[in-house]
Design a binder for this molecule. Structure first.
Ligand code: TLP
Length: 342
C-alpha cells in the first residue's frame, strides 16, 4: 500500500471539493476580456459585496493581485511602506521594484502588525529631495509572523495615520478569512480600514486557482487594465470562478477546524525540545535549535516519515493545517517527532 503523505507545507496544496468540480463542469462561461463571462461577473460581484467594496477583480494569484494593486496605486520612483517580513516584500521575487519601479521602506512589525506611530514617522514629507510615499501595505493574517491575526483596531490606527496624510492602504488578505474566523468578526470589520484588498481563494478556502482584488470602482477599472498588461486577461475564466464562488459561500466557516488542528499540533510539539511560537490561526512555526538540527535537517528527517513542512529560516519550520489534514495526521506527526528525537 502506498504510504500517505501528510502535507503540511502550505494550505495552497488543497484540492477542489466535489461541489467545486461539479460547479466547474456546469459553469456558464463567456469571454471575460469582453466582460461576457457571467460566472466571473457573479464571483466579482459576490466578492465586492462580502468585502464591502464597490468592485472586485478576479486575478490569477495572490501575487498578481498584490502586484496589480501596487501598480494601480503607485508611479515608479514612489515609496511604499510595508512590514519587513511581508509577502509583498519577501516572497514576490522583487516584483514591486521590477514591475512598479517603487522603492520599499520596510518597518519591523510586532507579530506582523505595523506600529502606527512608526508608520507616521516613516511617511515622507513634501521635499524636492525625497520620494513620495504613495502606499502603505498591511498583511492579515501575517504569514511569516506565523499566521498572526492583526485586529481591526490595530489596522484602524495605521489606516487613520495613512489617511491623515492622504495615502491609500492596501491589505494583503491572502488569509483574511482566517483572521475573521479566529476573532469571530466579519471580514468587513477589517476591510473598512483598507482602500484595496487582495484575498486568496486557493488557500484554506480550497479553490484550485485565483484571488480577488477589491476596491473603489475607478480603481478596479484601472487594475483591470494592469491585469491585462500582465497577461492576466483570462477568457472562459468562469470555469475557475465557479469554485471561487463556492470558496466564498461554503468554505469560510470550516477554517475553524484548521485552527483547531494547528492548536493541537502546537500543544503536542511543545512537549519536544523545540520552541513553538504563538498560534493564532492555521500556521505553526517552530524553532528547531533545541533539537540540534537546522530546519532543513529536520525537514529531511520528517520527509522520511512521510511528513512534509516548509523551511522558513535556518532554524524555523512552518506547518500549515488545511482541509486535507485530520486529527490523526497530527497524532502521526507527534509519533514521527518521537522517533526522530529518540
Ligand atoms: N504564500 C505561499 C508562499 O508564497 C510563501 C505560502 O505557501 O504561504 N500573500 C500571502 C500572505 C501569502 O502567504 C501568499 C502565498 C501570497 C500572498 C501569494 O499567493 P499566490 O501563491 O497565490 O501568488
Amino acid at each position: 500500500m502506498e504510504r500517505k503523505i501528510i502535507d503540511l507545507r502550505s494550505d495552497t496544496v488543497t484540492k477542489p471539493t466535489e461541489a467545486m468540480l461539479k460547479a466547474m463542469m456546469e459553469a456558464e462561461v463567456g469571454d471575460d476580456v469582453y466582460r461576457e463571462d457571467p460566472t466571473v461577473l457573479r464571483l466579482e460581484q459576490l466578492a465586492a459585496e462580502l468585502l464591502n467594496k464597490e468592485d472586485a477583480l478576479f486575478v490569477t494569484s495572490g501575487t498578481q493581485g498584490n502586484q496589480v494593486a501596487v501598480l494601480t496605486h503607485c508611479h515608479n520612483g514612489d515609496e511604499v511602506i510595508l512590514e519587513a517580513d511581508s509577502h509583498l516584500f519577501y516572497y514576490e521575487g522583487g516584483a514591486m521594484a521590477a514591475l512598479a519601479g517603487v522603492q520599499t521602506r520596510t518597518l519591523t512589525g510586532s507579530r506582523g502588525a505595523l506600529d502606527a506611530a512608526q508608520v507616521e514617522r516613516a511617511i515622507r514629507e513634501k521635499n524636492i529631495h525625497l520620494p513620495r510615499t504613495t502606499l502603505i501595505c498591511m498583511e492579515n493574517t501575517h504569514n511569516r509572523a506565523g499566521g498572526a491575526v492583526i485586529s481591526p483596531e490595530k489596522m484602524k490606527a495605521v489606516y487613520d495615520v495613512a489617511h491623515a496624510h492622504g495615502i491609500p492602504v492596501h491589505l494583503d488578505g491572502a488569509r483574511l478569512f482566517n483572521a475573521a474566523v479566529a476573532l469571530g468578526r466579519d471580514v468587513t470589520e477589517f476591510t473598512q480600514y483598507t482602500d484595496s484588498v487582495q484575498i486568496c481563494l486557493s488557500k484554506g478556502l480550497s479553490a484550485p486557482v485565483g484571488s480577488i482584488l477589491a476596491g473603489p470602482k475607478d480603481y478596479i477599472e484601472e487594475a483591470r487594465w494592469w491585469r491585462k498588461k500582465l497577461g492576466g486577461g483570462m477568457r472562459q475564466a468562469g470555469y475557475l470562478a465557479a469554485p471561487g464562488i463556492i470558496a466564498l459561500t461554503e468554505m469560510v466557516n470550516r477554517l475553524a477546524e484548521d485552527h483547531q488542528h494547528a492548536r493541537l499540533l502546537a500543544e503536542g510539539l511543545s512537549k519536544f525540545p523545540v520552541r513553538v511560537l504563538p498560534v493564532d490561526t492555521n500556521i505553526v512555526l517552530i524553532d528547531t535549535q533545541g533539537t540540534g538540527m537546522t530546519a532543513l535537517e529536520l525537514l529531511a528527517k520528517l520527509s522520511e516519515e512521510g511528513i512534509r513542512a516548509s523551511d522558513f529560516d535556518r532554524h524555523v519550520v512552518r506547518f500549515t493545517t488545511h482541509r486535507h489534514i485530520t486529527e490523526q495526521d497530527i497524532l502521526d506527526v507527534f509519533q514521527a517527532f518521537e522517533k526522530i528525537l529518540a
